[in-house]
Design a protein around this ligand. Structure first.
Ligand code: SF4
Length: 433
């Protein structure tokens, strides 16, 4: 089956001698006594992917494969929701999001169950991110949206009173595939009197010569305002105002500069990851996706930003080694999952410092890491790229441990660490001087 580019990379099969480096890294992690200090243990936000597939198939999408029969046999959280709900309901969330990956609404029953049952004491927002592909006509739109809203309204007494928002993905690439009408149908429906308490906004991609937002406004009989700080408003005739939030275009993977040069749209400076990414710098000038909410209004979180993939892998956004995630089927709850994740020195480092600092540390032995970090135009996959080889994972682990030992945060098994450096020498990775 065609896999997502992310999974193709992290699933690479290694030769046996390089696999030994990973085994040795596992031995070191298992021998560590545990950290005396690390980042927060609760998750402020968590995005769950009910599916890795999507029927829309946009030209810039690095995740969603075309629909395939393989999805029927593969494990999916959408088919066994109990495990993922148990994990997420223990996270301590502020915001819970159905997203992709693929398109959540290819699994509508899971989406309904999620908005009905997701909970945390301080849960404030539940959001569905969708392409609105299901909104084929007025009746289909009404049926699907009203089922979701009913599920939200029927949340049990005692669960957190969270708002419900539908975020529609609509950009030039989406519009080439399904037009603007599905998005317009959902927005129009949410103008009905008894649906006005459901939030709605649009997420687009910032491009030059892109008429998509104007086309959407025209379909709704609305008026578009100017873009300020990646945001603009569509004023609707019924008095509502719909936010359109623009993000950067990913031009690595399915879309690239060569393909883009043949299209009628262009890539403005503000749509480059290095410019767009400045929105997310924290008070120390660091970009730490593991502690950031990257919505229209950026928030630096007191907890973690987490994801659960469709195959049940729970991870921290840019916050853990890609080959060492917690699995919703193998942990009894979030407390066990986060203990497992923080047992890895790389998690502790990434949650403190973010992937750019990991790149700086790796570049002493792997100069290409600095280039990767500087040139990537894809936010949120730098950690996967940097740690996609066992030698880099082991090297980074040993370097991070040196720092953490010096800070008094952990003690290490000296013999295993020494063996690790010897193995790296044998693999041709020069020890830093
Ligand atoms: S609608 Fe979203 S998930 Fe589907 S192909 Fe387009 S970008 Fe990917």
């Amino acid at each position: 089956m065609p896999e997502s580019l992310y999974k193709q990379r992290v699933g690479r099969v290694e030769t046996p001698e390089f696999a030994e480096l990973d085994q040795h890294r596992d031995l070191i992690i298992a021998a560590l006594p545990g950290y005396s200090q690390h980042g927060p243990t609760h998750a402020s936000t968590c995005y769950v992917w009910p599916s890795a597939e999507c029927p829309v198939g946009c030209g810039h999408c690095n995740y969603a494969s075309p629909m395939s029969t393989d999805r029927l046999t593969r494990y999916s959280v959408a088919r066994e929701p109990a495990a993922v709900m148990r994990l997420m309901n223990g996270m301590g969330l502020w915001k819970a999001v159905l997203s992709g990956g693929g398109e959540p609404m290819v699994e509508p029953e899971f989406c309904e169950l999620f908005v009905n049952e997701i909970d945390s004491p301080d849960l404030t927002e539940i959001e569905l991110i969708t392409s609105a592909h299901f909104a084929d006509g007025p009746q289909e739109t009404r049926d699907a949206v009203r089922r979701l809203v009913r599920a939200w309204r029927e949340r049990a007494h005692g669960l957190a009173k969270a708002s419900f928002t539908i975020r529609i993905s609509l950009d030039w690439f989406h519009a080439q595939r399904i037009g603007v009408e599905p998005a317009a149908r959902v927005i129009e429906l949410l103008g009905e009197d008894d649906l006005r308490d459901v939030g709605c906004y649009v997420r687009s991609v910032l491009l030059d010569n892109d008429p998509t937002t104007e086309r959407l406004a025209e379909a709704l009989g609305g008026k578009v305002g100017p873009i300020r700080d990646y945001q603009q408003e569509i004023e609707l005739p019924d008095g509502r105002s719909i936010l359109v939030y623009h993000k950067n275009l990913i031009v690595e993977g399915r879309m690239n500069e060569r393909k883009l040069s043949r299209l009628p749209v262009g890539l403005p400076q503000q749509s480059r990851a290095d410019v767009f990414g400045k929105r997310f710098l924290d008070g120390r000038g660091k970009s730490v996706p593991a502690r950031t909410y990257n919505g229209p209004v950026v928030r630096h979180l007191d907890g973690l930003a987490c994801l659960v993939d469709d195959d049940g892998k729970a991870r921290i956004l840019e916050g853990n080694a890609p080959n060492r995630c917690a699995d919703v089927r193998q942990v009894s709850d979030w407390a066990e999952a986060i203990r497992y994740l923080y047992a890895d020195p790389l998690t502790v480092f990434l949650v403190d410092n973010g992937p750019q600092e990991l790149a700086a540390l790796l570049s002493d032995a792997f100069p290409e890491a600095a280039t990767l970090a500087a040139d990537t135009n894809q936010l949120y996959h730098l950690t996967e790229s940097l740690l996609d080889r066992p030698a880099r994972r082991l090297y980074a682990t040993l370097r991070v441990l040196e720092q953490h030992v010096a800070e008094g945060r952990v003690t290490v098994p000296e013999d295993l660490v020494g063996q690790g450096w010897s193995m790296l020498d044998g693999a041709g990775v020069g020890r830093r001087t």
